[in-house]
Design a protein around this ligand. Structure first.
Ligand code: B3K
Ligand code: ZN
Length: 897
């Protein structure tokens, strides 16, 4: 960090770039001790910029660039013709257009921040988004500067036989023990999409023929020991390419598409043009080492990065405030893709669960920001659930308001109009309006306002007039810097159920409806635009039960006083699959909140019969599958999962962590005891001896079986422990083996204590050479809710296999503990907080981006009791006092204190 405090930058200060870089020529000469980068840029003054900004050329860089020389049009500059400050190179009084050549030296082997060029194990790789390219060379490192890249990579032939960069390889050669390859990318791109890889890699190859008949070579590279785990990613890639042609009319543009798997990576994957770089966790898959959930993640991330080729690369962002332009839209695209590949309802349930447990708390916390923020200190802190997941919901609402066909007309116009440009979220909304002749003026509120809106809904039936009136009030809580909120324009999808549970086909005349949906029942999409609105449904013969916010049509908290009977009714009759799940979640939430009250009042805990009956019905349905054809096994498995502790906390004013945990456990135990017979039958029925496939039916059966196992292990029962041990030992796939291990580790039963240590040892020995499985081994222990886990986590820090510098390993132990072990992290002594603060301080000097990311649980202190608040703030204060605090960590800590 430079002297003084890090400064915020503002969207309102945006100016077009003073210079443009038409061509970029890189020569990267890799040696084990030092890497030399020689860069030649064809620079011109930007005719749209102010001339007073064009006297000196100022390039972005970092203090780690050891500048060897600077030349203009082949003439080396003298010391008084340029100046290097820590992270800026100023070249004085430059001509209209010129060729600038710089030579710098870097040490990628020492780059632990994993931004720019760095080493993951034995291979070299890059990560340039958002501002990593400036760690490789002096450059105008901003997304609105797009250039044509030619890159030559030179390295030792034996150690780095594979040399990759973006585009097509146009030349190669060798000299002595070194070799080189030149790559050229015909598409103009911003620096953040640059990539380079050098390593001893193997690959698999396939081909995709595009809709216009062009052949594209597909390659996936890994280190040799992982080459048996990339077939599923290849299949997912081909499915993605086909899907984007069919659904969005988007064809791939280069002759080759490459994916490289790397072990040390700060996030999931990166969409570099033609050369995606993936965290191994998002590309490798094999039945013995990969769970079903991880298989599904591979499919969705492969899709996501591929879809960026259009939504992000061909049409990119003007500046980083526009990040949601590419991320929100691309998340929506990957969600649609996963839905089309599997079950749409299950996907929607999962997506909403993520939104609620990750984004809602963010929107309610000190870092709350709009999907298009207006300022930031460190852009890496804004790769958030808000920009991604809420961003996807916002684009999804445009789709819901327009309907799929008109949305497609809108995206076609957007891609055609802006191909090759760096644009804004405003350009996106404008294209949607222009293509469809609609007015989204009010809708734009979603882009500038933070906070989760609340809908307070009441319903009144008038028997004599045969009307049902919905009164909807919308509000949005204040967030930092935004006290007053304007009403949003949002789609509220509703249906009305008659007494038999069938959808009423009500007349929509006179209602403000943007469309009617008859796909599986009958719904109307109401246009909400005002702070308070009334919708009168006419011709309703008897008192209906409203099904509100079907499909979760807007990212809001909806409040409606449903009775428990009504929720049970919706659970078994709603034609909207999402709302059937939602009714179950509401019922469970209501019951758990009631028990929290009982615990706080020192009363005896009783679990309401409505919830027990609902679980009974779901389990019965799981056994007699044909009873209700709309409720498949995958959905039942989801309906048997209680709301996550993080969501329960989010839904409380001041969260009593211990009472919430106890209440949730009490419900689990009550279900397990009362319904043990049904649970065991469901378990046995879904225990199949078939070769593993990552296919919907099998995934659903494993999910159901393992949810049942979780409940069966809840009471302390020796027989069930034996069953679990048997599953652990006989499992032929990672889904079953890890579920059994997790259940054993989480069991307080006396009989489980010895088997759990035995299984943990076995698991470690069996998979010690599989890094991703060892990450799971750490995570299973870190997320155990039994007392004593913090001590175990601390001890695991000293394990030979633990390395805080490798993000996957760090996340497996530290982040899993802090984020997914709420009861132990918030242990009353504050030991969990101190542990996390220690890790943040340690990581601050190693990998600031990771340090800032794991910090977020401490920033949520407002949700907890006074003692915990004080302890959490104390740790934040301690972090703030660290010498050399990175801008990443500084921003999060100062905003949250
Ligand atoms: N665009 C990248 C994320 C880059 C994060 C930089 N801190 C992956 C993705 O969203 O597809
Ligand atoms: Zn993305």
């Amino acid at each position: 960090m430079k002297e003084g405090q890090p400064k915020a930058i503002y969207l309102k200060d945006y100016k077009v770039p003073p210079f443009l870089i038409e061509e970029t020529n890189l020569h990267v000469d890799i040696h084990d001790d030092v890497t030399t980068v020689t860069t030649t840029l064809k620079v011109v003054k930007n005719s749209e910029a102010a001339s007073e900004d064009q006297v000196h050329l100022v390039l972005d860089g970092s203090k780690d660039l050891a500048t060897q020389s600077v030349a203009i049009d082949g003439r080396a500059l003298t010391d008084n013709e340029y100046r290097v400050d820590d992270d800026e190179l100023s070249v004085f009084e430059v001509p209209e257009q010129f060729e600038l050549t710089t030579t710098i030296q870097i040490k990628p082997q020492d780059n632990t921040a994993l931004e720019g060029l760095y080493k993951s194990g034995d291979m070299y790789c890059t990560q340039c988004e958002a501002e990593g390219f400036r760690n490789i060379t002096w450059y105008l490192d901003r997304p609105d500067v797009m250039s044509k890249y030619t890159t030559t990579v030179v390295a030792d032939k034996a150690s780095y036989p594979i040399l990759l960069s973006n585009g097509n390889d146009i030349d190669r050669g060798e000299e002595g023990d070194r070799h080189w390859v030149t790559w050229q990318d015909p598409f103009m791109k911003p620096a953040y999409l640059f990539a380079l890889v050098a390593g001893d890699l193997q690959h698999i190859e396939d081909e995709f023929v595009t809709m216009s008949g062009r052949k594209v070579k597909l390659q996936i590279f890994t280190e040799p020991h992982n080459i048996d785990k990339v077939d599923y990613a290849m299949l997912s890639l081909k499915n993605s390419m086909k899907w984007d042609e069919e659904v969005y009319g988007r064809e791939y543009d280069l002759d080759v598409f490459m994916i490289v798997a790397v072990e040390s990576f700060n996030m999931g994957a990166m969409e570099n043009k033609g050369l995606n770089i993936f965290n191994t966790s998002c590309v490798l898959a094999h039945p013995e080492t990969t769970t079903d959930a991880a298989y599904q993640r591979v499919e969705s991330v492969v899709g996501h990065e591929y879809f960026h080729n259009w939504s992000g690369n061909r049409v990119t962002c003007r500046d980083w405030f526009q990040l949601s332009l590419k991320e929100g839209f691309t998340v929506l695209r990957d969600q649609q893709f996963s839905a089309d590949m599997g079950s749409p309802t299950v996907c929607r349930v999962n997506d909403v669960a993520v939104l609620r447990s990750a984004q809602f708390p963010e929107d309610a916390g000190p870092m709350a920001h709009a999907i298009r923020p207006d300022s930031f200190i460190e852009i890496n802190n804004f790769y958030t659930a808000t920009v991604y997941e809420k961003g996807a919901e916002v684009v999804g609402m445009i789709r819901t308001l327009l309907g799929p066909e008109r949305f497609r007309v809108g995206t076609d116009l957007y891609f055609d109009r802006h191909d090759g440009q760096a644009v804004t979220t405003e350009d996106f909304v404008k294209a949607m309006e222009d293509a469809n002749g609609v007015d989204f003026t009010q809708f734009r509120t979603w882009y500038r306002q933070a906070g989760t809106p609340v809908l307070d809904v009441t319903g009144a039936y008038d028997q004599s007039a045969k009307t049902f009136t919905l009164n909807v009030k919308q509000s949005c809580p204040a967030t930092p810097g935004q006290d007053q909120k304007d009403p949003y324009h949002m789609p509220l999808k509703v249906g009305l159920l008659d007494e038999e549970g069938n959808d009423i086909r009500f007349p929509v005349l006179g209602l403000d409806v943007s469309s009617v949906d008859e796909a599986s029942g009958f719904s109307a999409i109401l246009n909400l635009t005002q702070a308070e609105q009334e919708f009168v449904f006419r011709g309703i013969e008897s008192k209906p039960t409203p099904s509100l916010l079907r499909g979760f049509s807007a990212p809001v908290k909806l409040r409606y006083e449903y009775s428990r009977e009504e929720l049970r009714f919706l659970m078994s009759h709603d034609s909207d699959g999402f709302n059937r799940w939602e009714a179950g979640q509401r019922l469970a939430l209501d019951v758990i909140q009631e028990i929290v009250g009982q615990i706080e009042a020192g009363e005896e805990v009783t679990v309401d019969e409505h919830l027990m009956a609902a679980f009974d019905a779901n389990l019965t349905q799981a056994l007699e599958g044909d009873k209700d054809p709309n409720l498949d096994k995958a959905m039942i498995a989801h309906m048997l999962v209680l709301p996550a502790t993080s969501y329960l906390i989010e839904m409380s004013e001041v969260a009593n962590v211990d009472a919430i945990h106890q209440a949730r456990e009490a419900v689990r135990t009550a279900i397990a005891k009362k319904l043990s017979g049904l649970l065991l039958s469901v378990y046995k029925l879904n225990q199949k001896d078939v070769p593993y496939q990552a296919q919907a039916q099998q995934i659903a059966e494993r999910a159901l079986k393992n949810v049942a196992l979780g409940y069966l292990m809840q009471p302390e029962d020796t027989e069930m422990v034996n069953l679990c041990v048997y599953q652990y030992e006989s499992a032929t796939n990672m889904t079953d083996r890890s579920a059994a291990l997790r259940a054993l580790v989480g069991s307080a039963a006396e009989a489980a204590q010895e088997p759990k240590e035995k299984a943990l040892n076995d698991f470690y020995n069996r998979f010690q050479h599989e890094a991703l499985v060892i990450d799971q081994w750490f995570a299973i222990q870190a997320t155990c809710s039994l007392p004593g886990t913090l001590e175990r986590v601390k001890a695991l820090m000293d394990h030979d296999a633990f390395d805080i510098k490798v993000p996957n390993r760090m996340r497996g132990l530290v982040a899993q503990f802090a984020m997914n072990n709420i009861v132990n992290f918030h242990e009353a002594s504050g030991g969990g907080y101190e542990f996390l603060a220690d890790r943040v301080i340690e990581l601050n000097g190693i990998n600031p981006q990771m340090a800032a990311r794991i910090l977020s649980p401490l920033t949520r202190w407002r949700k907890y009791d006074e003692e915990r608040q004080a302890l959490m703030k104390e740790q934040l204060q301690r972090i703030l006092e660290v010498e050399g605090i990175s801008p990443d960590v500084y921003e999060i800590v100062t905003k949250s204190l």
